[in-house]
Ligand binder design. Structure first.
Ligand SMILES: [Zn+2]
Length: 254
């Protein structure tokens, strides 16, 4: 039992580093910078020394300010690192007996965090996250021996529902990035869990949109970054999808 937690803590520490990398990847993909090159402050442009780049700890140690110019650093950097670490910790415990599934889910979860951040900050879902995600999900399902029709049906539903909305609205309701993210989501969740994932995403979206609409701080035509809800729903379904399907099919329908 102690070994399980030791293993999970090691993966969480690894998750801190991955979260830090995701911050940089999202920022640089959207600013069209290369992934290479040293990190620098957004305000004073000075190159940041290594001891200011330790995930979460540096943020707390520097009081959320730049080491040089003391301008505030956005809290979401530390938040993304902490959330990635927490996800890695939970996934490590959940899937300890299934190393292939764990490896696939860790990468998918990291991609979901990156997509959440990118859609939240820049209203984009980069192909650099979704296309490798689709390939990884499909290869993972084949190695895991998931029936081919199950992940293929998931992929078709996940991408189809957004392709339809995209076609009907001529790209006003959803972006084309949502179609590719839907494909990734469908391939990794597979049938029938993709239905759980999509349902959760719409419920989450409604929960966030309704109060905003009622306070009229958002109008109906304002774009909601739906990828953020899809990302959260995908992670919840990876963790609890089987239990939700079991509960729905066996407890509610009998
Ligand atoms: Zn600075």
């Amino acid at each position: 039992m102690e070994l399980t937690y030791l293993w999970a803590i090691c993966l969480a520490a690894f998750g801190l580093g991955i979260g830090s990398f995701l911050n940089v990847a999202v920022l640089r993909l959207n600013a069209e910078e290369t992934l290479l090159g040293r990190s620098h402050c957004m305000h004073c442009k000075k190159t940041l020394p290594w001891f200011t780049l330790i995930p979460v700890l540096s943020y707390i140690g520097l009081g959320g300010k730049c080491y040089f110019c003391h301008q505030p650093i956005a809290a979401h950097y530390a938040l993304v690192e902490a959330v990635t670490a927490a996800l890695f910790f939970v996934l490590a415990i959940w899937f300890i007996g299934d190393p292939v599934r764990l490896a696939v889910y860790l990468i998918i979860a990291a991609l979901c965090v990156a997509i959440f951040l990118s859609d939240c900050l820049f209203y984009t879902i980069p192909d650099a996250f979704t296309l490798p995600g689709i390939v990884l999900a499909v290869v993972g399902q084949i190695i895991l021996g998931t029936p081919w029709w199950s992940w293929l049906l998931g992929l078709a539903i996940g991408s189809g529902i957004f392709a339809l909305q995209y076609a009907v609205s001529r790209g006003r309701w959803v972006g084309s990035g949502d179609i590719r993210f839907g494909a990734m989501m469908g391939a990794v969740l597979a049938w029938p869990n993709i239905l759980v994932g999509l349902f959760l995403a719409y419920v989450l979206g409604a929960l966030v949109a309704l109060p905003l609409l009622l306070r009229q701080s958002k109008k109906m035509q304002d774009a909601m970054p739906f990828g953020t809800f899809l990302a959260v729903a995908t992670i919840i379904t990876l963790l609890f999808g089987d239990q939700i399907v079991q509960w729905y099919v066996y407890d509610l329908l009998q």
